[in-house]
Ligand binder design. Structure first.
Ligand code: NAD
Ligand code: MG
Length: 295
């Protein structure tokens, strides 16, 4: 049924093969490889002249946002872990083919100094910064709360929440009036799974962060919003994000009965970064295949 506009069948809707990688994983080793819009996203100058930093822009949803931003006319810096260089190089190639600037800034967001410096490095390399996408995250399942280590708890909260705060603090030195911040939260903020308790806690904290910040940022003429994806086919899920038994039917419990592809998130990230979203701040946009985020 490919080629159809019926959302049930528009993208891969079959079972996934079990496949396991170590965190953070490489999306170029997945099968099928997620669709991040490399070929499928078509731009229309909606972000002409913008300069964006996307954390975790090497793969998955961040990669789809980074590619769409470039295809819409933005210069883009991405951050990622050094182990993800192969994925990052692919993104650089796609961005450069659009004629936009691609800046690669590898490093670990568990390191406060790296997280803070990253914002300034991106601003310097891009010659400005008006869009900040806080998208990088750790998701490692743990079925029994008694086995949740302090190390995992600390890493998950540091990357998913602390680094968001650190980076926003630094970015406020650069973001101009009309600037936009987009935070990737999750349907897990609203329907937390028992085996993702630490992750879900950080995702609901991100919602509180975005709503809490919207007033402060509004006073500066800057908007901040969140995107809450449902189950999306990315390497996060096969690199410790889910038990292998959940992989074959991943996403099939949604009303649309399949996993989303990262490119299906791209337009929402574009809208929230664009000047067309001038009356949108402090909101959470669900792109969930129909899973509720407001009940
Ligand atoms: P992904 O693995 O492709 O992207 C996550 C990225 O986070 C990695 O590429 C990596 O660069 C970055 N990252 C992880 N640990 C890091 C660290 N210590 N330092 C620096 N960077 C680090 O997976 P994805 O699914 O595209 O995830 C992107 C966002 O989407 C995350 O915020 C995730 O919580 C959210 N999300 C994903 C799903 C899904 O089903 N895939 C659902 C809801 C929300
Ligand atoms: Mg990655």
């Amino acid at each position: 049924m490919s080629g159809t506009n019926n959302p049930l069948y528009k993208h891969y809707d079959g079972k996934f093969e079990k496949q396991e990688q170590a965190y953070p994983g490489l999306q170029n080793k997945m099968h099928p490889v997620p669709d991040c819009g490399e070929e499928s996203y078509v731009g229309n100058n909606q972000l002409k002249g913008k300069k964006a930093l996307v954390t975790g822009g090497d793969s998955g949803i961040g990669r789809a946002a980074a590619i769409a931003y470039a295809k819409e006319g933005a210069d883009v810096a991405i951050s990622y872990l050094p182990d993800e260089e192969a994925d990052a190089q692919e993104v650089k190639e796609v961005i450069e083919k659009t004629g936009q600037k691609a800046v690669l800034l590898p490093g670990d967001l568990r390191d406060e100094k790296f997280a803070r410096d990253l914002v300034h490095e991106a601003e310097k390399a891009l010659g400005g910064l008006d869009t900040l996408v806080l998208n990088a995250a750790i998701q490692q399942f743990e079925k029994d709360i008694r086995n949740l280590s302090t190390e995992q708890l600390t890493d998950t909260f540091t990357v998913n929440i602390f680094s968001n705060v650190w980076m926003l603090q630094e970015a406020l030195q650069h973001l101009p009036e009309g600037g936009s911040v987009v935070v990737t939260t999750s349907v897990q903020a609203f329907e937390p799974a028992g085996l993702l308790s630490d992750y879900a806690m950080t995702k609901s904290s991100q919602v509180a962060f975005v709503i809490a910040m919207s007033g402060q940022l509004a006073a500066k003429g800057i908007r901040i919003n969140a995107v809450a994806p449902g189950p999306v086919w990315t390497v996060l899920q096969v690199a410790g994000g889910q038990p292998q038994d959940n992989i074959p039917e991943f996403g099939q419990n949604t009303p649309l009965k399949r996993a989303g592809q990262p490119v299906e998130l791209a337009d929402t990230y574009v809208l929230l970064a664009s000047d067309k979203a001038s009356y949108i701040t402090g909101q959470v946009y669900g792109v969930t295949g129909g899973m509720p985020i407001n009940s």
